[in-house]
Ligand binder design. Structure first.
Ligand SMILES: Cc1cc2nc3c(=O)[nH]c(=O)nc-3n(C[C@H](O)[C@H](O)[C@H](O)COP(=O)(O)OP(=O)(O)OC[C@H]3O[C@@H](n4cnc5c(N)ncnc54)[C@H](O)[C@@H]3O)c2cc1C
Length: 486
């Protein structure tokens, strides 16, 4: 068996570093000129890239959404849908999305492309921290989110437009502790009544025969796609509903949010400062993920959201797609994740998108890093050596990647996002009308669309003067009002 070029079993050490108190200040704004990602920088891939970056700025809106990643755009989509469904007279409500850089050029435009919900993972830990009911909801949220996205893509005939691939997902278990944790989570999930029928444990021999790697594994349903194209599709669906009531201003960073005095003539609550002028609004949604603490300084550090840099390479395999299979993968407690892109044009060997390698930088783990304009050579070296070592013969040792980029994830101490009204424990009423859905800890694709649905529901209920009913599938420990002790 090849020796893997990885630091193994580093998850506990990373958690200890996440929980360390920090003295550094809030996150900076997204840096200009980020590294080029396959998703954003393939010619023609980002038709909304510079949308609304020049010309007149929208100076007044009912709802301002800050951030045009999957959270911000999904929230706009859900708000427009819920206004109709709830019968709220929303025909005149104006929504504007403000984005610091090009459209969807944050984590969603720079990630690993997996849409992989948990089936049983983490159930032991969630049960110990929050009880079995919450553990069941943590799985339900991911299942709800992923199946809703896939249903919407299929219903709107967008499978080809977003490169949806139903390839399944395989988790390689490199070490005995990983096997022990997986088996315990699986047993706990089953005991809690979670349906794990589609999950299969594979022996080392089965994995070797089917995939060519010599480790035991777990196989479960899963998809991969082109995340930016999904978000573009969601934006276009929302635009079809809202027309001119939806505006998007890219390259328009929000640098400050200040209250509008009740004594002023304006009926709005908040004034957003941008280099292009002010925007007044009644509701603000922070869909800024890793960067949330820039505008919400109380959310910096381990009690809030820690910007954490992830790195990806696009590496050409040395075997056919049939040989590699269409499965997406992860291993080493999720530090590494990869999947083969569908073949394009006359390609015979797939381009494999591989992320990870942060554990090679321990004890830093790339935590508190907002610079996605550069790559880390130590991480890059780990990524280059990993696949040829794990799958001998299927990847050429020493082959250089065709692209390499970084992106910034939003880590939280509990690994779970904050969803709901913004609450600063030191001044609980200071942010009335501001909401947040952020902090997915590198696992946002099967959670953000669902969390955006929840926060959209909370905002629409407030507009309608109704009580929000928390859906069964939303973990209560995600809600901001339940996280004031963190
Ligand atoms: C390298 C990498 C690999 C990943 N791989 C996966 C994966 O395979 N599967 C998975 O499930 N998840 C993965 N993730 C995580 C996933 O991409 C994120 O959880 C998800 O995209 C978060 O979406 P978002 O819309 O909340 O944040 P983002 O997509 O980051 O969007 C936030 C936006 O807000 C903008 N913004 C920030 N501050 C301001 C401001 N003040 N004014 C205006 N705009 C602002 C940013 O420019 C950005 O565009 C990965 C992330 C990275 C970085």
């Amino acid at each position: 068996m090849s020796t893997l070029p990885l630091v193994l079993n580093a998850i506990a050490e990373e958690q200890a570093v996440i929980e360390l108190p920090v003295q550094s200040g809030p996150a900076a704004l997204p840096v200009p000129n980020p590294t080029k990602s396959l998703w954003v920088d393939t010619p023609g891939a980002n038709p909304l890239g510079k949308e609304g970056s020049t010309g007149a700025l929208t100076h007044d809106a009912d709802i301002c959404i800050i951030g045009s990643g999957i959270t911000g755009v999904s929230a706009a989509y859900h708000i427009s849908r819920l206004l109709l469904e709830e019968g709220v007279d929303g025909k005149d409500l104006k929504i504007t999305i403000l984005e610091a850089r090009d459209f969807c050029s944050g984590a969603t435009g720079r990630n690993g492309g997996h849409l992989t919900p948990a089936f049983f993972q983490g159930v032991v830990g969630y049960s110990a921290l929050y009880g079995t009911e919450e553990a069941v909801r943590a799985i339900a949220l991911e299942q709800h989110t992923s199946s809703s996205i896939v249903k919407l893509i299929k219903k709107t005939g967008a499978e080809a437009a977003v490169d949806l691939v139903e390839g399944g997902h395989t988790t390689l278990l490199f070490t005995e502790p990983e096997v022990v944790v997986a088996k315990a989570d699986y047993a706990a999930a089953k005991a809690a009544g979670i349906n794990v029928d589609s999950v299969k444990f594979l022996s080392k021999d089965e994995v070797k025969e089917t995939y060519g790697a010599e480790y035991p594994a777990i196989h479960a349903p899963g998809h991969n796609l082109w995340p930016l194209k999904l978000v573009t599709h969601l934006y276009n669906l929302t635009k079809d509903t809202l027309g001119s009531k939806l505006t998007l201003h890219t390259n328009t960073p929000v640098t400050a949010i200040t209250p509008i005095l009740a004594t002023s003539d304006s009926s709005r609550r908040w004034n957003l400062t941008t280099p292009r002028g002010p925007v007044a609004c009644s509701y603000v949604l922070h869909a800024t993920n890793a960067y949330a603490s820039h505008l919400l300084p109380h959310m910096h550090g381990p009690s809030g959201i820690i910007p954490t840099r992830g790195q990806i390479i696009a590496l050409r395999a040395a075997a056919s797609l049939d040989n590699i299979t269409k499965s997406s993968w992860d291993g080493n407690d999720g530090f590494e994740y990869w999947f083969p892109r569908p073949l394009a044009g006359d390609e015979t060997e797939p381009l494999v998108i591989l992320g990870g390698g942060r554990e090679s930088t321990k004890p830093k783990f790339e935590l508190y890093t907002v610079d996605d304009a550069s790559v880390n050579p130590v991480v890059g070296d780990t990524l280059r050596r990993f696949l040829p070592a794990a799958f001998p013969g299927k990847y050429e040792p020493g082959r250089e990647p065709e692209m390499e980029w970084t992106g910034i994830m939003g880590y939280t101490k509990t690994h779970d996002p904050f969803v709901g009204p913004v609450i600063d424990p030191a001044q609980p009423d200071a942010h009335k009308g501001q909401y947040i859905a952020a902090g997915y800890t590198g696992h946002g694709m099967p959670r953000a669309y669902g969390c955006a649905e929840a926060v959209a529901g909370i905002i629409v209920a407030d507009i309608a003067g109704k009580q929000y009913t928390v859906p069964d599938w939303l973990p209560r420990h995600y809600l901001t009002q339940n996280r004031l002790h963190e």
